[in-house]
Design a protein around this ligand. Structure first.
Ligand code: ASP
Length: 436
């Protein structure tokens, strides 16, 4: 019997998690049961994914760069990647601004609701504002300074330092290209083998994905706040969602135009990563799966995927920047402020930079939103307005972030002639020994 495609298995897991949690809420002990006995399995699943992110970046990027054999190819790929990432982010922010100006969700918020939301979420908002203040104190070149680690083990010891690990891997890969081939051979062979092992580990972890997402969604449902305040924010949520859906349309279109691959091909290939991003709210945790799907199911060669995707997971967050644009203008509208055209252009610039600076973890986009608000002169306290619906929107925007990285990797691959045919492995074969 043919096994159900992975994305269907994950979707069933997600739906079952939601239904299970809704049933459990009928019992007084239901939420506690899920917290004690179900949620830990979701955490174990996310931890397992995060566990392999750093070794995966190291092994695949070093292998990928050294396979390029030529530094000029690297700089060509690097400039294209960064340029396309910036273009897609600007498109995303513009879509967000267009949507929020069209729908005007902030005007639907009455003063009473506004005050109620602010008092309910004041505390949560001030934590985010304090987090953002720490980041704001940094000088203009701090971000650049932070890319170069002073100790690789310290860098690899913290998943928040992904860019530092990427820097080291690229640097190491360049060294490997420049030394004589004979000397480089054993080092390359080591990383080749290491990389294969990590890819296998991803396969094994993905066998647990339907159960992992079951646990994650069940825990989310019992932890979500009451639905009353959701209603007031429905129009705002719809605005963000409409923008995100439009952005997915943009990706499908540009992939089609630039690579000739049709939307169904792209969606079939990337769907499991999208669903996982949705369930975990973290592009970093999803990265191993994004890489595997893009290479094996979308046909992007490893040299490109291993370079474009880890960088994308950290700096390319189109969903996040779109959300930041909508949220900033929504808060301004709710406070009765009129934003000038100039102020909105400023939002494009800061939301683009803020999404680059956001960490690829749950809720990071909201911290950086504080900076967008401050720059546009919108009251930071307004953050409390959007708190109630932030988690579900985080899930959706993370899914878009991951889709954007995958789309750009295909376009870059095509432009450097590294887009081949998919070579998907059978998921059922995962635990069998391959290649013997
Ligand atoms: N959770 C998002 C991500 O990991 C970042 C954010 O928008 O909060 O991609």
């Amino acid at each position: 019997m043919k096994k159900l495609a992975l994305h269907w298995q994950i979707l069933i897991g997600m739906a079952a998690g939601v239904v299970f949690a809704l049933l459990m809420t009928n019992f007084s002990w239901g939420a506690e049961f899920i917290g004690d006995w179900i949620k830990p399995f979701g955490n174990i699943f996310i931890n397992a994914l995060k566990l392999i992110a750093v070794p995966l970046i190291l092994a695949s990027l070093i292998k990928g760069i050294s396979d390029l054999k030529d530094i000029s190819k690297l700089s060509k790929m690097g400039t294209r990647t960064i340029a396309i990432y910036i273009v897609t982010t600007v498109i995303a922010v513009s879509i967000g601004l267009g949507m929020v100006n069209l729908i005007k969700p902030g005007n639907a918020i009455s003063e009473d609701t506004r005050n109620e939301l602010i008092t309910s979420y004041e505390g949560d908002a001030s934590v985010r504002i304090a987090d953002a203040a720490k980041q704001k104190e940094a000088g203009p070149l701090q971000a650049l300074e932070d890319i170069v680690p002073s100790n690789i083990f310290a860098a690899a010891g913290d998943n928040a330092n992904m860019l530092q690990v990427i820097f080291f891997a690229i640097f190491f890969g360049i060294g490997l290209i420049l030394i004589p081939e004979e000397t480089a051979k054993p080092v390359k062979a080591f990383f080749d083998g290491f990389n294969e092992v990590i890819l296998k580990l991803i396969d094994i972890i993905m066998l647990a994905a339907p159960y992992g997402v079951f646990a994650l969604l069940a825990a989310l449902v019992v932890e979500s706040p009451s639905a009353d305040l959701f209603q007031a924010l429905a129009l705002y949520a719809v605005t963000v969602l409409a923008g995100l859906i439009l952005m997915i349309g943009v990706y499908l279109l540009i992939v089609w135009i630039f690579t000739g691959r049709n939307p169904a091909f792209f969606e079939n290939g990337i769907a499991p990563a999208q669903l996982l991003a949705f369930s975990t709210s973290s592009s970093a945790a999803t990265l191993p799966v994004t890489m595997e799907r893009v290479e094996e199911h979308l046909g992007v060669e490893e040299e490109v995927a291993s370079f474009v995707l880890p960088i994308g997971a950290t700096i390319n967050m189109d969903g996040t920047s779109l959300y930041q644009a909508v949220a900033a203008v929504f808060i301004a509208q709710a406070f009765g402020m009129d934003l000038t055209f100039g102020a909105q252009l400023g939002i494009i610039a800061t939301a683009t930079l803020a999404s680059i600076g956001s960490a690829a973890v749950p809720g990071a986009g909201m911290v950086m939103l504080v900076i967008v608000l401050a720059q546009a002169g919108i009251p930071e306290a307004g953050l409390a307005l959007i708190f109630a619906v932030d988690r579900p929107l985080d899930m959706c925007r993370t899914s878009v972030n991951v889709t954007g990285d995958a789309a750009v990797s295909m376009i870059v691959a095509k432009s450097v002639d590294r887009l081949g045919e998919p070579h998907a492995k059978e998921w059922d074969d995962n635990l069998k020994k391959t290649g013997s």
